[in-house]
Design a protein around this ligand. Sequence first.
Ligand SMILES: [Zn+2]
Length: 119
Amino acid sequence: MSNGVSDVQERAGRNESRYRNLNERMEPSNAVHVWVDPPMPDWICECASTECMKPVRLTLAEYEAVRAESTHFLVVPSDEHLSPVVERVVQRNERYWVVEKFGEAAEVSEALDPRSHDT
Ligand SMILES: [Zn+2]
């Protein structure tokens, strides 16, 4: 009971600095999530239409994530750019959709994937 008050104060002080330290560490990691314009801000829609050259906005990291799968393609977020016969949407957001080719289309896209060949 004699040191009850100082105990509380000490604990409060320790907690406060712990939160402050957390916040200090939070700042730089939050900055990572700030939109950074990628070197190529506009990618081209990869839908089945050969005439379609609509720009799609992705960060480089998002683009790389799509490219990681040879059956995945990025398209403008609209049904007009979707060919449900050969592909299905696997990811949607307000800037782009990721479609996955299946069946023969998937085999073709795997065969044509420039990243699966050494050049
Ligand atoms: Zn398109």
